[in-house]
Structures are given as C-alpha cells and as structure tokens.
Design a protein around this ligand. Structure first.
Ligand SMILES: [Zn+2]
Length: 170
C-alpha cells in the first residue's frame, strides 16, 4: 500500500471530520456519518497531432521532468466532457484549434513524486491552420518522425501511446 500522505487512504472524513475506515484503501466509509470516500485515477487526455508520419510533441516547461518531451495534453477538469478537454488542452499548449481523428489507446500511469494514479486517453488530431506557439506549461513544440522520436520521454504512458501510434501508421 502506498503511504505518501497525499495519497489514499486518508485519515479523516471530508464531510464530518470523523475517522475513515482504512480496511480498503480506495473505498473508505466514514465511521461516523454515511459518506463513503471513493478514490479513483485522475483522467488525462493526450493529443497526438499528426502530419504524414510526423507527430508533434511538447517540451515541458514545468516540473516534474522539466525540459523533457511529452505528449500534448493534461488533466481533465471536474465533470468536463473528455473531447472538450482534449481540444482545450491542445489550444492552451499550442495556440491552435484541432479536429479529433481517431482514438489511439488508453492506459494507466502515475504522476509526480507522490505517484498519484492517472488514467490516460490518447487521440490523434489534425491541427487546424494557425500560429503554432508554445504556451501554458510548454517551452517548445517540435514535429518528430514517428520512427525517430526523442530519447527523453519520461512518462511510460506517453511512450506506450506513441508505440501504438507507430504500429497504426505502418
Ligand atoms: Zn463523515
């Protein structure tokens, strides 16, 4: 069981402050009120902009893994429609609108020092004409041949998604 204080199981009920049952780390009934605290992976959307056999990647301008390459995308907002979140992330990080092409893959990974659980969904997209400008938490955008990707892609989920994409582009 993971014991980092930022990760479940948590000690206290967020509703009444009573002690939470810790028998099951990801389903914690309150011992005082009727609240049950369910813990789930955080959903993330990844966009794979395609141009022939090239894919656009983003260089990270924030920690963790500052300066390394990752797939354009990020965390879904609470209650946000997944594909709307995908379009939002592409717009926020590249300055461009896009059109969704295909579902590529879905996988689980962890994020940051604490190892918070993620659920990642990847889609290929077509960027619409516009000024491609790195922004938000991105320092650079670059097109890579799918057979010649950078070595420094720290997230295993991104590497797995790019491998699925490479297989699909054969
Ligand atoms: Zn409670």
């Amino acid at each position: 069981m993971n014991t980092h204080p930022h990760l479940p199981p948590y000690p206290f009920c967020p509703v009444c402050g009573g002690p939470l049952d810790r028998t099951e780390p990801h389903r914690q009934p309150c011992t005082r009120c009727d609240f049950i605290f369910y813990h789930s992976s955080s959903p993330c959307m990844g966009a794979l902009p395609l141009e022939d056999r090239r894919v656009l990647l983003a260089r990270r301008g924030i920690e963790p893994f500052f300066g390394s390459w990752n797939v354009v995308g990020g965390f879904l907002g609470y209650g946000e429609e997944p594909l709307e979140g995908l379009l939002r992330e592409v717009r926020e990080e590249t300055g461009c609108a896009c059109r969704v092409l295909d579902f590529i893959t879905q996988n689980a990974d962890t994020y940051g020092e604490q190892g918070a659980a993620l659920l990642n969904s990847y889609y290929s997209v077509e960027l619409l004409p516009g000024d491609l400008t790195p922004q938000d938490d991105v320092s650079e955008l670059r097109w890579f041949d799918i057979d010649d990707l950078p070595a420094d892609i720290p997230f295993e989920s991104d590497r797995r998604a790019l491998e699925v994409l490479r297989t699909m582009l054969r």
